[in-house]
Design a protein around this ligand. Sequence first.
Ligand SMILES: [Zn+2]
Ligand SMILES: [Zn+2]
Ligand SMILES: [Zn+2]
Ligand SMILES: [Zn+2]
Length: 87
Amino acid sequence: MSKCEICGKPTDNLFKCNICGRLVCSEDYNFSKGICAACEESLCQICGKNLSIGYCKICGRLVCEECSIRRGPELICKECAKKMNII
Ligand SMILES: [Zn+2]
Ligand SMILES: [Zn+2]
Ligand SMILES: [Zn+2]
Ligand SMILES: [Zn+2]
């Protein structure tokens, strides 16, 4: 029997996360997205597909590289950037 790589629970049913490749139990797996709970928590809140790289300075949402623009050390999501006419 293998162990879930998140909670450590021994189980016969492990599912592979499509993002990090971790093997996790059904409780730590999001079946509709095919990803583990750890990745789901750090997923971009704009596209919901990529891992986030930080928070938008304006709205505070987690954003990935594709959904944000960098202004010096700060990140701004594309939605906020659009509203503020930055892009
Ligand atoms: Zn687990
Ligand atoms: Zn994962
Ligand atoms: Zn994104
Ligand atoms: Zn934003």
